[in-house]
Design a protein around this ligand. Structure first.
Ligand code: HEC
Length: 138
């Protein structure tokens, strides 16, 4: 009788232990599952880092008209070197009559002593246009 009880207890204990073991392996799995999204978030994070790097690059992309002017155009257009229309003066009046599109086209290809792209080789059309607008206001 005692033997029978002991073996029942042993079986119960075995069931309980294996249930606990399963439970703990389940919770390990659960933990792994909970960790995995973090792991993939890390991978996504790297992609995100690259993407946000690109976003940062494009955010800092187009320079303002003032920046382009200061870096590339001011040397001539500040004081009117070689007859360049001076920034913020009525020198621009007859130029503006041609329309901004023509001024931009001439700035891109160069005109007389005005070098192509005003020496800003890596300037986009947008940046050149912003620089023209910046210096032609008077
Ligand atoms: C090396 C001197 C020099 C630099 C640098 C320079 N320019 Fe000029 N630019 C000139 C001269 C000279 C003219 C007058 C050309 C002419 O009409 O004979 C001129 C004219 C212009 C015109 C008028 C064009 C037209 O059709 O009347 C624009 C627009 C212009 N420049 C834009 C720029 C921009 C934008 C930059 C900078 C990115 C720049 N320039 C840099 C010398 C320069």
């Amino acid at each position: 009788m005692m033997k029978a009880i002991r073996s029942v207890v042993a079986v119960l204990a075995g069931v309980i232990l294996s249930t606990l073991a399963m439970a703990s392996s389940n919770s390990d799995e659960a933990i792994r599952e909970r960790i995995q999204p973090v792991g993939s978030a890390c991978i996504q994070g790297e992609e995100c880092a690259a993407a946000s790097g690109a976003a940062t690059a494009s955010a800092s992309g187009p320079r303002s008209g003032e920046e382009v002017y200061n870096a590339s155009c001011g040397a001539c257009h500040g004081v009117g070197v070689l007859g360049a229309p001076k920034k913020g003066t009525s020198d621009w009046a007859p130029r503006l009559e041609k329309g901004l599109d023509t001024l931009l086209a001439n700035a891109i290809s160069g005109i007389n002593s005005m070098p192509p792209k005003g020496t800003c080789g890596n300037c986009s059309d947008e940046e050149l246009s912003a620089a023209i607008e910046f210096m032609s206001k008077f």
